[in-house]
Ligand binder design. Sequence first.
Ligand SMILES: *Cc1c(COP(=O)(O)O)cnc(C)c1O
Length: 395
Amino acid sequence: MSSSTYQAGRHFLQIPGPTNVPDRILRAMDHPTIDHRGPAFAEIGKQCLDGMKTIFKTDSAVIIYPASGTGAWEAALVNLINEGERVLMVETGHFATLWQKMADRLGIETEFLETDWRRGVDPQAIEDRLRADGEGRIRAVCVVHNETSTGSTSRIGEVRAAMDAAGHGALLMVDTISSLASIDYRHDEWGVDVTVSGSQKGLMLPPGLSFNAISERAITESKSNGQQRSYWDWQEQLAANAGGAFPYTPATNLLYGLAEAIDMLHEEGLDNVFSRHDRHAEATRRAVQAWGLEVLCQEPRDWSSSLTAVLMPEGHDADAFRATVLANFDMSLGNGLSRLAGRVFRIGHLGDFNDLMLAGTLSGVEMGLRVADIPHQSGGVQAAMQFLSETAVAA
Ligand SMILES: *Cc1c(COP(=O)(O)O)cnc(C)c1O
């Protein structure tokens, strides 16, 4: 805890990950740590490995690492791509750029299609680039499903269709760290070879777990891939996972939380989870519009249901505004990353979240705009409440 005075009530953690961890999950993790090689462990191991298949929507395999999402990015690359091979990536924003830099450091050749950081991936641009790759040098297409730095979501089904239309045999890798369990995602149906994800966003867990969902093709091709790897190697994991175990110490207590999260998502129903996120995103955009501010993502088809990035009016610093909100209303908003530093703030509306939490969040933003003397119109919260009540149902 900081040395500042006690703050009454709950902190509002409205960054787009880590997200609020529900009490049910905290309680599920409040459990003695058990022997991860003992008989009781296999049950929880199996529950998580099988359960995650239903979240990724795959019949193939899911690997669980005790690592942040960045580790699962690396795992996806080193299991399938050799040094000197080429991948096609799309610069949707800060996170896509970090993944590209990682590939570069691993000695992988990267082609990076530019965007203006205000939209998702253009499937046509991928199709055009693949059509031009007559020699089939591109080994994989790597895209970020939900670009957390900008609040834009890419249409993965259309990316798949573009790859098929080009008749190109590249693998498809997708980062769903801030979309899984918040925005509709279908690993098998969309023909994805590796889906990367993490625990601390839509899955409502603390940070510390990450995932690779891997297709049969990915499993087969990884066996002959010569890139050096050890900790991230899929074969070691798959062999141990067959019996519900892991090749090294798993994050046991996070797995108790994960099993609970999977149960909670199915109790609500994944489709209901997705429409809850869609509805909160729409209410948020209506508030932004009523304030007279601008949503960073300019392509309505790509608007994110996990978070909304809001552009600050010219001459006003988003970080000073966020500091005002934190100091007065005990709410954390997301900052602008790299080229967006100081220029945007991000409202996270994903994970364990409901209408009144959203109303509180937007109230904190609106009061903050007033306190910080940011030019805006009032009425954003009103507009959001109007939409939320219009789309609510009478008992
Ligand atoms: C959060 C995030 C990451 C990074 O994950 P870490 O857990 O911080 O390593 C990568 N990609 C996206 C899209 C993210 O939202």
